[in-house]
Design a protein around this ligand. Structure first.
Ligand SMILES: C[S@@+](CC[C@H](N)C(=O)[O-])C[C@H]1O[C@@H](n2cnc3c(N)ncnc32)[C@H](O)[C@@H]1O
Length: 280
């Protein structure tokens, strides 16, 4: 088995279809090399000689664990601390000062390995101190969440963390942890990591002040985007903020959110329907 093992159009279609149905992620028609490049070692591990055989295993009852692994391998988890820093400035300078009750609930809805919720936590700790703030960080991948919960990163990942945050909220590893960095427990304890698929609405009626949904909509088509945002809106309080990645937008979707900046939206305090009813 090697990276050159061919994937048949049938197996490629099956795998793409599974990823789309499960996670909403579109794998382009031209991505056969990406799929085989990421999965061939799995075929080798299980001794399958074709992608059909591998997919048949993945679809079987015994293949449940491998289904999750396949999904992990086919999703893109790239992230880093203080990615797209303007959003963290907006949180500090615009959102937090408007929060009158000194309480903040933030949902980081595709948090990958945790650099994003830990960056948010640093801003909240710096501005709100021991105030009443909490972060929910979710992802579809259990593997990235396991990493995120450790709060431990390779030191070369830290170059975007402002110096004073690095000093106050991170510790450099020594001995066997040399070259690593750990986020301090007082910050980690404010973040709850949870498995969650954006294709579904979150259970319960917890309401968030801000939802970060960055660099994941790019993998979805328009109907999936519409569904994902509608799901999230159920958990965003009226007047709450939705923050997307810089190259993402809600263009062409029908959601009734107010655009504040190209990637920053606000949920109206009262929905148009309520306003219409009040006017009657
Ligand atoms: C490129 S990372 C973005 C991480 C972070 N938000 C950032 O901007 O740096 C995309 C993340 O979205 C997650 N993801 C993809 N599809 C998802 C879905 N349907 N539900 C929840 N998370 C999903 C992936 O597992 C991955 O960790």
């Amino acid at each position: 088995m090697s990276t050159h093992t061919q994937i048949s159009p049938f197996a490629f279609h099956k795998i793409r279809d599974y990823v789309y149905r499960t996670a909403g992620i579109i794998i382009g028609n031209d991505k056969t090399a990406m799929v085989t490049g990421r999965l061939w070692r799995r075929l080798e591990l299980y001794g399958h000689t074709t992608y059909e055989a591998y997919f048949a295993y993945v679809s079987s009852n015994e293949g449940a664990q491998e289904r999750a692994t396949m999904l992990d391998l086919l999703t893109t988890n790239e992230t880093y601390f203080f990615r797209e820093p303007a959003h963290f400035d907006f949180l500090r300078d615009e959102i937090i000062p408007q929060q009158r009750n000194n309480k903040m609930r933030i949902w980081c809805a595709a948090s990958s390995t945790g650099e994003e919720p830990h960056s948010i936590a640093m801003v909240l700790a710096d501005t709100m101190g021991k105030g009443d703030w909490e972060i929910l960080a979710t992802d579809i991948s259990g593997k990235v969440l396991d990493h995120a919960r450790t709060g431990v990163y390779r030191a070369e990942r830290i170059n975007h963390i402002p110096d004073d945050y690095l000093k106050n909220y991170c510790r450099r590893g020594i001995g066997e942890y040399d070259g690593m960095l750990a986020v301090v427990p007082s910050l980690r304890s404010r973040i709850k990591f949870e498995l969650h698929n954006l294709l579904h609405a979150r259970q319960g009626n917890e309401q968030f002040d801000v939802i970060f949904l960055r660099n994941v909509l790019i993998y979805f088509d328009q109907p999936t985007k519409q569904k994902v945002i509608e799901n999230l809106m159920q958990s965003l309080r009226p007047g709450g903020w939705l923050i997307l990645g810089h190259c993402e937008s809600l263009h062409g979707l029908n959601l009734g959110l107010t655009t504040l900046r190209p990637s920053i939206y606000r949920k109206p305090v009262a929905s148009a329907t309520v306003l219409r009813k009040l006017a009657v």
